[in-house]
Design a protein around this ligand. Structure first.
Ligand code: NAP
Length: 295
């Protein structure tokens, strides 16, 4: 059993830290809003630290799952930050979906402290975190990966080392690029079917047995048709992720025309007040033709 610190008890981090506790690891949690840490401690065995530094002090492994690059920096640096408390020989695992550049930076600063670092973004959403069935794509060295694997497997159905530092974040970017394109295609298909007066349920039933099938079609078409978006992976998060993908693509001359376009469509959804809606809400934008700027 290991001493593990978990920083960031959001939708994802709260249940992830809970799985570690249930697996009998000695868990210390930190959350900026302390009420969430108190609620976590009422539900699971573990300790609360008042700062990221205090949480990291005793830990063999420090896991982190906050919002974006700036949020990661704000819990890593400073006199109350993780780095100030990190013990020599310990390992920092960042589950935040952040930039590959930040991963390089964190690998460097942890190396200076003789600690390991893994960028380890996740996919699988809230349900994946709650059910311990996430997919984790990891960047870093083999030694750190081997050390973390048994711990990460507690809340994952799949954990894979993708290559050196940054490879986890690059793989997550590929995931988000693919999802953006698929969701726009699915939105247009369903919108077309609606306008044609087809029975959406029947259409999906037929085409989901063929080449048009996708996870999004299986899991989101019904709620998209019903206009229900108050759950799932938020548009604000998706824009953050597509921003990382587009910036990274720019730096290596990769061409992502559709991703750039869908990112703008998500901006329209934000204007509709849908920043917290599920990413499948792209269809809502098509239902409001005055918002469509490309026709
Ligand atoms: P969330 O529910 O909004 O939680 C964010 C967590 O980060 C909270 O604990 C928040 O603390 C903390 N935080 C944010 N900014 C901070 C700062 N400046 N200083 C200290 N703590 C800060 O987000 P989430 O849904 O768990 O997502 C976390 C990460 O996982 C994101 O990178 C997201 O893109 C990624 N992800 C999410 C999903 C999903 O379905 N939700 C799926 C895959 C990946 P407070 O409680 O004080 O606000």
């Amino acid at each position: 059993m290991q001493k593990i610190a978990f920083i960031g008890l959001g939708i994802m981090g709260y249940p992830m830290a809970g799985h570690l506790s249930r697996a009998n690891h000695e868990v210390t949690v930190y959350n900026r809003t302390s009420e969430k840490a108190v609620a976590w401690k009422e539900e699971y065995q573990g300790a609360i630290a008042n700062t990221p530094c205090k949480a990291a002090e005793a830990a063999d492994i420090v896991c982190l799952c906050v919002g974006n690059d700036d949020d990661v920096r704000s819990v890593v640096y400073g006199k109350e930050g993780i780095l100030a408390g990190l013990r020599e020989g310990s390992l920092l695992v960042d589950h935040t979906t952040a930039s590959p550049t930040l991963a390089q930076e964190l690998a460097m600063v942890t190396d200076e402290r003789k600690c390991g670092f893994l960028d380890a973004p996740v996919s699988g959403g809230q349900a994946g975190a709650e059910n311990g069935a996430l997919t984790i794509m990891v960047g870093g060295d083999e030694t750190s990966f081997a050390r973390s694997k048994q711990v990460l497997e507690i809340y994952a159905k799949s954990v894979r080392l993708m290559g050196p530092t940054g490879s986890g974040q690059l793989t997550k970017a590929v995931n988000q690029i693919c999802i953006a394109g698929i969701l726009q295609g699915l939105s247009e298909g369903l919108h077309f079917a609606e306008k044609a007066g087809l029975d959406i349920k029947a259409v999906v039933d037929v085409i989901s047995k063929g080449a048009a099938q996708s996870w999004q079609m299986e899991n989101r078409s019904e709620t998209m048709a019903a206009g229900k978006f108050d759950y799932g992976f938020a548009v604000n998060w998706m824009r953050k992720d597509l921003g990382i993908a587009l910036d990274t693509a720019n730096s290596m001359q990769a061409s992502l025309p559709l991703t750039a376009l869908v990112d703008q469509f998500y901006m329209d959804v934000q204007r509709l007040g849908g920043g917290r809606w599920d990413t499948s809400s792209l269809i809502e934008r098509l239902r409001m033709p005055d918002l469509i700027r490309d026709t």
